[in-house]
Design a protein around this ligand. Structure first.
Ligand code: ZN
Ligand code: ZN
Length: 154
């Protein structure tokens, strides 16, 4: 089914759950994606911890074909945090926006905290629990993986 072209923050789109938008802390970088994320995951690896400054990083895996920047791309910088991952952030305010990995090249890993209106996405599992922050206790019943589980089906 063809998703209608959605511009700006259409209230209609939000009600239909067809489009989501987000931005960095300073507001320069804005993005939008259509459709639902492929999967939403909590990553407990040390690189995500450093990059986000958080105990755990929540990522929305969104097909690049459904994702686009709306503004501020000149503020976008990338840092190669490993041989397979590039982390995108705003050079003005430092917000971590997302993550691209050659392991899943068709998916943007969007930082959930950058969503403007946080819908009730359901986290699917905890990844890299083997390197989670020692002060953090996982208290929900979601599946846990020491590292990465099998990549989501296409
Ligand atoms: Zn910014
Ligand atoms: Zn991670």
């Amino acid at each position: 089914m063809q998703v209608p072209v959605l511009r700006r923050e259409s209230a209609c789109a939000n009600v239909l759950g067809m489009s989501y938008s987000g931005s960095c802390l300073c507001g320069a970088l804005r993005y939008e994606f259509e459709g639902e994320p492929r999967v939403v995951v909590n990553c407990h690896c040390s690189a995500c911890r450093k990059a986000t400054g958080s105990t755990v990083a929540t990522w929305l895996l969104v097909p690049l074909a459904q994702f686009r920047w709306l503004s501020g791309q000149e503020q976008l910088r990338e840092f190669a945090s490993s041989d397979h991952a590039r982390r995108a952030f705003c050079q003005s305010c430092g917000s971590t926006m997302g993550n691209l990995t050659t392991r899943r090249p068709s998916l943007m890993h969007l930082a959930a905290g950058t969503l403007d209106r946080a819908p009730a996405f359901q986290v699917a599992f905890h990844g890299y629990v083997g390197s989670k922050a020692p002060w953090h206790e996982i208290t929900d019943a979601l599946p846990q993986f020491d590292a990465e589980p099998a990549p989501p089906r296409r």
